[in-house]
Design a binder for this molecule. Structure first.
Ligand code: NAP
Length: 293
């Protein structure tokens, strides 16, 4: 019978929120951070503060890693005895980096689960937090209740890279949205419009637009772009107008030109009457679904 002792490695903004949430939920929690000062508040809240990574791992059943990036996680874990430990890594990284960590863990006698966090530090432990996991199903099953204290748990499968595979695709959407919003804010300022006045109107349209993504997803998965209610040709003209407007207002954005180039490829192949979703074909990849077995 294992205990519920948890170690958190990394006490940046997210790591402190993770460790604090385990403490609030009554888990005996040990913490370690490269810069020791960051552990002070957690020590007051009841955490045991380890002076080294080896010490932090010595009594732990579950080790939660929350470091800046893959390189930092490798640096911290290298040379440490992880035998018999369940490692849950919430550090953002590429799918291949997660698989590399999983291989390293297996070679060193540990089980590995990777997590992609959809929360900010302030929402960890609330209903607004959710974390997608992939990797060891045994770790997921054994530690599901403890992990659920951080946020909604979704387990995606045994491939440790899968959570990051979803994550990088979701982040592509997120940064497209954030970049688009900030560019819109710059255009508003250039046009003498308060960003606070723009935002509710932009949000209203973006909200109305959400069902279009579901329609596009269906078209992409079926490979059927015939509908064309939001046609490539219409959007090509719209993008050309937008690029002219941004240049005239002194705030061009290369991302718009790159997007239009992808549209141009499809229109150039005589697909102008088809759906905008066909742009996905301009990236030149075919579905990898099923390729991993
Ligand atoms: N914050 C968020 O809203 C959020 C949301 C989702 C996912 N994430 C992901 O969660 C991870 C942590 O984010 P964060 O916001 O906590 O970042 P952060 O506040 O910048 O903290 C980074 C942590 O990594 C440590 N670190 C960096 N390089 C290191 C090295 N070479 N050796 C040892 N420790 C090292 C830092 O230690 P020092 O204190 O010593 O510098 C610190 O504990 C990132 O991968 C991030 O993408 C964050």
């Amino acid at each position: 019978m294992t205990s519920e002792a948890i170690t958190v490695l990394g006490l940046g903004n997210l790591g402190r929120a993770v460790a604090g949430t385990f403490l609030v939920n009554g888990y005996p929690t040990t913490v370690w951070n490269r810069s020791a000062a960051r552990a002070a508040g957690l020590a007051e809240a009841g955490a045991s503060v380890a002076s080294g990574v080896g010490e932090a791992l010595s009594g732990a059943d579950l080790v939660v890693v929350v470091l800046l990036d893959h390189l930092a996680a490798q640096e911290v874990l290298r040379g440490v005895d992880v035998r018999g430990r369940a490692l849950v890594n919430l550090t953002s990284g590429t799918p291949e980096e997660a698989r590399e960590m999983a291989r390293w863990a297996a070679e060193n006698g540990a089980e590995y689960l990777h997590g992609a966090v959809y929360a900010v530090p302030q929402t960890i432990g609330t209903a607004e937090s959710s974390i997608n996991y992939s990797g060891s199903s045994a770790v997921h099953e054994r530690w599901r209740k403890s992990l659920a204290s951080l946020g909604k748990v979704t387990y995606l499968g045994e491939d440790a890279g899968l959570a990051s595979g979803y994550d990088v695709a979701i982040l592509a959407g997120m940064y497209g949205l954030l970049g688009g919003f900030l560019h819109g804010a710059a255009l508003a300022r250039a046009g003498g419009i308060e960003v606070g006045e723009l935002t509710p109107r932009m949000l209203s349209w973006l909200t109305d637009l959400q069902p279009a993504l579901v329609t596009f997803a269906g078209e992409i998965d079926r490979g059927d772009f015939a509908a064309g209610e939001s046609s490539l040709a219409m959007n090509q003209t719209g993008l050309a107008m937008l690029i002219r407007a941004t240049e005239a207002q002194g705030v061009p954005f290369a991302a718009l030109e790159s997007f239009k180039e992808l549209v141009d490829v499809q229109v150039g192949q005589g697909r102008g009457g088809e759906s905008l979703a066909r742009v996905v074909e301009s990236f030149g990849v075919v579905s990898q679904r099923g390729a991993r077995g």
